[in-house]
Design a protein around this ligand. Sequence first.
Ligand code: SF4
Length: 249
Amino acid sequence: MVFNIQKFSLHDGPGIRTVVFLKGCPLRCKWCANPESQRMEVQILQGMEAERKGREMDVEGVVKACMQDWDFYEESGGGVTLSGGEPLAQAGFARELLAALGEKGVHRAVETTGFAGEEVFASVLGHVELVLFDVKHWDSRRHREGTGAGNEGILQNLRAAVASGKEVLPRIPVIPGFNDGLEDAAGFGRLLKGLGLGRAQLLPFHQFGESKYAGLGMEYAYAGVEPLHEEDLAAYQAAFTREGVDAFF
Ligand code: SF4
């Protein structure tokens, strides 16, 4: 169940990429910018024009769409990134798709929250060159408050990803009132450094998803909350540096 295939992405791994967004996510982050990605079934997003979100595709169809841009991947050092939702929620499909892309020599990345069983995580990890690992909070209690689940299994999978020797880039959505305090930055920094990770990408909170909540008939806990910008986060970034982690945007 795919809800978008976005071409020419420059932000989700190296080079020019195609990002395949799989529908379905077991977390419920209060700030989620893609609420249409959370449920596995097809949904209708009401608006000026009603949009159908989600369609069933087979591996062959997705590979074909991705391979249309092979020349761009080759020239730019790009490839395909599997995102969501949480792509591990469709682990069987994700594995098959990544394996098929690997056979064609495509560089593969997965963007994940790591919220899956160890075996499921390991089985997908085996088919990617890069893991973009979204870490929402270093503290499990706070993680549960914001997303509906603790982070113990997630951190276990993050450790496994690092131990695998695959390239791992932690990405932290910086969310007002949830993880944007300096003590949070220090907590993230200590966590990542302790895992042997020296870099992290910061993703400041934005409101691009706000209108979708009304279109789906969903409540939005972050309605009207001001977005964050790079320039607001200099002290936050510096707190990472003090812990030995290079945080960048
Ligand atoms: S993990 Fe991502 S897709 Fe899932 S609820 Fe959180 S922000 Fe949304």
